[in-house]
Every structure is written in structure tokens, then in C-alpha cells.
Design a protein around this ligand. Structure first.
Ligand code: F6R
Length: 563
């Protein structure tokens, strides 16, 4: 067995060449110990017999480590994964143990989450794998087999795929794949054909995936709307609901992390306004450990691009235990969340490669708009004519997004002027504030500029003390009835030296010095879908000016499978 590790990105590994016909690789998300060569996977047991790669967290690793140390095992790294390698090696050395028994025993002993691939010096042409709560798929091609955390990571030669379930383990060679349950009983593998998706992996004429995916938004939204509105009509069945149940719904709870949570913040307001049903958004990481009293007929909507976010997945499990009906708004088919929820709705954004999400965010929003309209119709909260008007406005969103994408030059100018700033403020009210939360996250994560969103009325309760001469204050004004309030807050900040940029559906009154990004006449209720686009472009342009790693910002991963 040859092991090669590097710190940095995959190009560092490409310079090394390893020979062989069986192997494993891993890009590490540092959970225990810093990002260093010694902490990088694969981890080799102290006797050199077992090699493992691991996604997830072994929660009782310290206890296991102490026990192993007492038995004479030594450790080189600070990771929980090395404990697995040593634990398996030690167990295999005991009488009558083979890898099957060792893995079955491991599942009884280990706490936490794991997708593990194990290589054992006694069987160099076999890979073993075991999983609990972290995703793992196995794929078969004409002459090879592969394991990966995601279907999209499998090579194009793979023809059929099996998504492993919790407490299953696999024994894989290039000739055969065998899957066993926790008791060691072989199970019949139900393969599915590997979905075709390779065209998404080309950047075409774009420099970065982020840029490409920002420009793919009109199609992503259009396709998702077509999926949500079969024959252009509202139906309860796309939502997995019945008309009778819709009438009973008392509360809608949106759960998600990061951008997906921001989608929920917007949708909670939209559902209340359109359907008159109480709604809220909670970060999945807060929901899973918090106390929440939910009305009897609560629909929980779990939003996730990857469908694998550990906190969102755990929140779905909790919501089901609380007796809620769970809906998943998921982009990745066959993902863990889509299998866990009562009903999965698939956004039609196509695979998203850039770590920072854009097109999935936009697709998730329109799914929620349709949910709001369906609830409104079934609860008779809206007059038919108004419902029809909203549907017509909904269908205009893709073309509005396309119009905003043409304002790239104005945004480039803004980026060139402000990319050296260390902080920015984004202000707006109600739905605008919800959109700005996402705008600020985009700017932060890709350009590394500290951008913070505030409800504009909150500015004078503290943050205004941070305004210095030339600080950028970006305001969002798509809600005509409250726009004037935000304009007053902008002027207050300007008199303390702030430079103003407005993303707005109506020109600002004359006399206020500012740069405007004028949006097409989107309905205020659906404004998030259009107002977010200039902020996505701004985060991209700022990052270009700064030279950051746009598609893979530092410290981030596309799929966060650990809590
Ligand atoms: C931000 C971003 C993250 C994700 C979050 C949830 O650009 O991509 O904040 O939104 O990690 O991921 P999913 O949607 O896969 O559950």
C-alpha cells in the first residue's frame, strides 16, 4: 500500500503518481486537528495493516482512543479517523476476527456519523465500506467498481449505482459488489442507472462555475416552475399534499442552513402574506437542539441543495418524531434528505458545482412561492382573480432575472470601487432584509469582505457607529410601501460618510447621491428572486478584483455532512 498526502488543493496531489489498480482518496474537512499533512486522510493504523478514509465524526473517539492506547496502539494525528484505523487493526488481530466481524462490531461500538472506506493489507484487491448518517454510494461499471460520497463524484464509466443505507457495509472488488446488513446478512442490491449529468461539469465560456451558475438562473427557475406547475396549473400533488390536508395546515416551518435558511426567511413572509398561514424559518442547526412548540398541523419544509446537510437531515428526523408532515426541497436526487422526508420536491437547477450557491437558491424560492399559492387557493385566502395575477407574475421571474444579468457593467464599476474595503453594510426592511441576508452571505464567503445585513430600522441601534467615511451601504428597495423608511435610513448613514448603492424597483428621489441598480417591475412579493442577482454578481466581481478562490472559497465545503 502506498500513501500520499498533501496540504492544499488537488493539484498538489496530481504532481505525485501512484501505481496500482485499487485505491482510495479523500479531501478532508478538518473536524479534529488543523489542516495539515499529518491530519490528512488516508489514515494508516500503527501496525500499517489498515488504511481508512472517513467522512463524518466519531463522537466517542476519545474514549476509544484511550482504550487503544492502553493496549499499546500509538497515534500520529489528532483526528478521530485514525482511531478507526487502529480500532479495526486491533480488532482484526484478535482471535477468529475477519473484516466482516470487525465492521459489524464497529457499528455497535462507534457513536456519531461515518462513511468509511477501509483497505486491509490482508485483501489488497478489496475495499470495505460502512456507513451511518453520512452519505455513501457504490457504483459499478464494466470493469470497475467505485465508492463515493455523492453520485456526481463517480466517474463516467460507472453505469449503475446503489445508495447505501445506514448500518450497511460493503465489500467491493472490480469483479463484484456485495452489501451486508449489520448482522452480516447479504442483501439484494437494488441498483439504479447512474443519472447522466456530465455536461454540467464543463464551464463552457465562463471562467468560473459561480459565474456560469449565476447565468443559468433563468433556466433553473423556468424548469423548476415547469416542474411545479404541470400544464401551467397549480396542483396539490406536486407538493405531496391533499386538498383536505391543505385546508387543515396551521403552520409552515422552513428549515435549512446558510442560504437554504435564507430562502426559508423569505418564504415564511411570502406564505403569511399570500396564504395567511402562520410561518417561520429556523436554522436547522438551532432546530435540532432547541425547544419548539408547533401547532398540530404543521408542515415542515426542509430546504437543501445537496440533500445531505447533517443538521437539516437531523431536523427532518426530529420534525417527523414531533408528528409533522415533512416536505423536502432538494436539488440532488437520491440524497439522504430526499429519502427521509415524507415527500421530496426536486428543484430543477441541475448540479451546482460552485461552493457558493446561486441557482439552487433561486429554484428553491419559486418552489416556496408555489407552495404559498397552493395553500392560498385551498384555504380560500385569495380571490381567484388575484391568484391568477400572482401566477402570471410568477412566470415572469425568469425573464426579469435575465434582464438584471445585463447590468453587469454597473456592478463591475461598483466592485472596482469597493473591493478594498474591509466591511460593507446591507440594509432593507421585511422581504428586502431577507434577501440581503443572502446577499451579505454571498459577499462574505466568496470575496472575504465582512458584509453584514441589517433591518434598516436597526441601523441606528448600534451598527451606525461602524460607518466611516466611504463605507459602502447597499440598500434594497423593492417594497414600495416601506421604501421611504429605508431611504431615510440611507440618508442618515450618508450624513456620517457612507457611500450609497441602491438595488431598487423605482428610482430614488433626486438629490440623494448614490449609484442605482434598477430592477425590472417584479411583484414585491417575488422580489427576492430578482433583487438577489445583482448581489450575486457583485460578490463575483469583488472576488475577481481580489483574486480569491472563487469556486472553492477557503474553509468551505459544498456539502456539509458533519454538524
Ligand atoms: C452558501 C452556501 C451554504 C449552503 C448551506 C446549506 O453559498 O452554499 O450556506 O446553503 O451549507 O447547504 P445545502 O443547501 O446543501 O443544505
Amino acid at each position: 500500500m502506498q500513501v500520499c498526502k498533501q496540504k492544499g488543493d488537488l493539484t498538489c496531489l496530481q504532481q505525485q503518481s501512484l501505481q496500482g489498480c485499487c485505491g482510495m482518496g479523500h479531501t478532508r474537512w478538518a473536524t479534529h486537528g488543523m489542516a495539515s499533512v499529518v491530519n490528512a486522510h488516508p489514515h494508516v493504523s500503527c501496525g500499517g495493516k489498515v488504511v481508512v478514509v472517513h467522512n463524518g465524526i466519531i463522537e466517542n473517539y476519545q474514549q476509544l482512543k484511550a482504550e487503544l492506547q492502553q493496549k499499546g496502539c500509538t497515534f500520529a494525528s489528532q483526528t478521530d479517523t485514525e482511531v478507526v484505523a487502529n480500532w479495526l487493526e486491533y480488532t482484526l488481530q484478535q482471535n477468529q476476527q475477519n473484516m466482516h466481524n470487525a465492521l459489524q462490531q464497529f457499528m455497535r461500538v462507534a457513536q456519531g456519523s461515518y462513511a468509511l472506506v477501509v483497505w486491509f493489507a490482508g485483501a489488497l484487491h478489496t475495499l470495505y465500506a460502512v456507513k451511518k448518517d453520512s452519505p455513501l454510494v457504490v457504483g459499478q461499471g464494466p470493469q470497475e467498481a467505485m465508492l463515493a460520497s455523492d453520485i456526481s463524484a463517480l466517474s463516467s464509466s460507472i453505469q449503475r449505482v446503489y445508495v447505501m443505507q445506514n448500518f450497511e457495509y460493503a465489500c467491493v472488488t472490480n469483479q463484484h459488489i456485495k452489501i451486508y446488513n449489520q448482522k452480516g446478512k447479504a442483501i439484494k442490491i437494488k441498483y439504479m442507472p447512474k443519472p447522466l449529468q456530465n455536461t454540467f461539469f464543463h464551464k463552457h465560456n465562463y471562467t468560473h462555475y459561480l459565474e456560469k451558475e449565476i447565468y443559468e438562473q433563468p433556466q433553473a427557475v423556468e424548469k423548476t416552475l415547469a416542474y411545479m406547475l404541470p400544464k401551467q396549473k397549480l396542483t396539490v400533488s406536486t407538493l405531496g399534499l391533499t386538498r383536505a390536508y391543505c385546508k387543515q395546515v396551521q403552520h409552515v416551518l422552513f428549515l435549512g442552513c446558510g442560504s437554504a435558511y435564507h430562502v426559508g426567511v423569505t418564504l415564511a413572509q411570502v406564505v403569511q402574506q399570500i396564504a395567511g398561514v402562520s410561518a417561520q424559518a429556523v436554522c436547522a442547526s438551532e432546530f435540532r437542539y432547541g425547544t419548539f412548540v408547533l401547532p398540530k398541523h404543521t408542515v415542515v419544509v426542509a430546504i437543501s441543495q445537496s440533500g445531505e446537510t447533517a443538521d437539516t437531515l437531523a431536523s427532518v428526523v426530529k420534525a417527523k418524531q414531533m408528528g409533522c408532515f415533512t416536505l423536502g426541497v432538494v436539488n440532488a436526487m437520491h440524497s439522504s434528505i430526499s429519502r427521509e422526508v415524507h415527500h421530496a420536491i426536486y428543484t430543477q437547477a441541475g448540479p451546482e458545482i460552485s461552493v457558493a450557491t446561486t441557482k439552487a437558491y433561486s429554484a428553491q424560492l419559486v418552489v416556496g412561492y408555489v407552495l404559498a399559492l397552493v395553500l392560498a387557493r385551498e384555504k380560500r385566502a385569495l380571490h381567484c382573480k388575484n391568484l391568477q395575477t400572482l401566477l402570471t407574475e410568477l412566470k415572469k421571474i425568469p425573464s426579469y432575472i435575465a434582464q438584471v444579468l445585463q447590468q453587469r457593467q454597473t456592478i463591475q464599476h461598483i466592485a472596482k470601487q469597493y473591493f478594498q474595503q474591509s466591511q460593507m453594510f446591507l440594509v432593507g426592511r421585511a422581504l428586502d432584509y431577507a434577501t440581503l441576508l443572502e446577499g451579505a452571505l454571498k459577499i462574505k464567503e466568496v470575496s472575504y469582505i465582512h458584509a453584514e445585513a441589517y433591518p434598516s430600522g436597526e441601523l441606528k441601534h448600534g451598527p451606525i457607529s461602524l460607518i466611516e467615511p466611504n463605507t459602502l451601504l447597499l440598500a434594497c428597495l423593492t417594497q414600495p410601501d416601506i421604501a421611504e423608511k429605508t431611504i431615510s435610513n440611507m440618508v442618515e448613514a450618508q450624513s456620517r460618510g457612507a457611500q450609497l448603492v441602491a438595488i431598487t424597483t423605482s428610482p430614488l428621489p433626486q438629490g440623494i447621491k448614490h449609484v442605482s441598480i434598477l430592477l425590472p417591475p417584479v411583484l414585491p412579493l417575488f422580489s427576492a428572486s430578482v433583487a438577489i442577482v445583482p448581489m450575486q454578481l457583485l460578490s463575483y466581481e469583488l472576488s475577481l478584483c481580489k483574486g480569491t478562490n472563487i469556486d472553492k472559497p477557503r474553509n468551505l465545503a459544498k456539502s456539509v455532512t458533519v454538524e
